[in-house]
Design a protein around this ligand. Structure first.
Ligand code: GDP
Length: 182
């Protein structure tokens, strides 16, 4: 079964997004407090793909050794998951590109793991500001990448971007199936 991993800084809105994608409230634990999603969670969607909920990275209030432990956990996952198709890196649309996210994206690139960027909390900005920030992020990525990854603008509180994300995953799964059959 193909797997898609969701990851981002803690408090980026990952649990809320996963709840939106799985259409079940309080399935993934949400909180206003950083560092809540501590373990890896798997959700099976439509019986044909796994959504993998990885721990958030980069919380401020965690000790260095704790941070190391989480980093190890996350890198272990990416080094071992054979079923992983693609990662979704969540970033808060309100912020300019953050070094920790860019470093993580770089890491995915080195490991040749396909990824998309999911902007969260789009309801917090006006369309103009959304466009401006997406452009700023794209420009940052184009400094190191020849091509832009897939970008998704989402808001879990306004159910924006849900269909696009699910359709992208369905289309990717279909591609995989076609490749397998040929
Ligand atoms: P996680 O730590 O990445 O899992 O983040 P959570 O899903 O727990 O969300 C962190 C905070 O952001 C919570 O207070 C959420 O209610 C809020 N939040 C998450 N998604 C959205 C969104 O799309 N719009 C708005 N306005 N707030 C959001």
């Amino acid at each position: 079964i193909p797997e898609y991993a969701f990851i981002g800084r803690s408090n980026v809105g990952k649990s809320t997004l996963i709840n939106m994608l799985t259409s079940r409230k309080s399935l993934a634990k949400t909180s206003g407090r950083p560092g809540k999603t501590q373990l890896i969670n798997h959700f099976i969607i439509n019986k044909n793909w796994y959504l993998v909920d990885l721990p958030g990275y980069g919380y401020a209030r965690v000790s260095k050794s704790e941070k190391k432990k989480f980093q190890k956990f996350i890198t272990n996952y990416f080094e071992q998951r054979k079923q992983l198709v693609s990662a979704f890196v969540l970033v808060d649309i309100r912020h300019e590109p953050q070094p920790i996210d860019l470093e993580f994206i770089q890491y995915l690139g080195e490991k040749e793991i396909p990824f998309s960027i999911v902007f969260t909390k789009a309801d917090k900005l006006k369309p103009k500001a959304i466009n401006r920030n997406v452009k700023a992020y794209s420009n940052e990525l184009l400094k190191t990448w020849e091509e832009l990854p897939q970008l998704f603008v989402t808001s879990s509180s306004k159910a924006i971007g849900k269909d696009e994300l699910l359709e992208f995953i369905d289309a990717t799964n279909e591609e995989i199936n076609t490749l397998r059959q040929s």
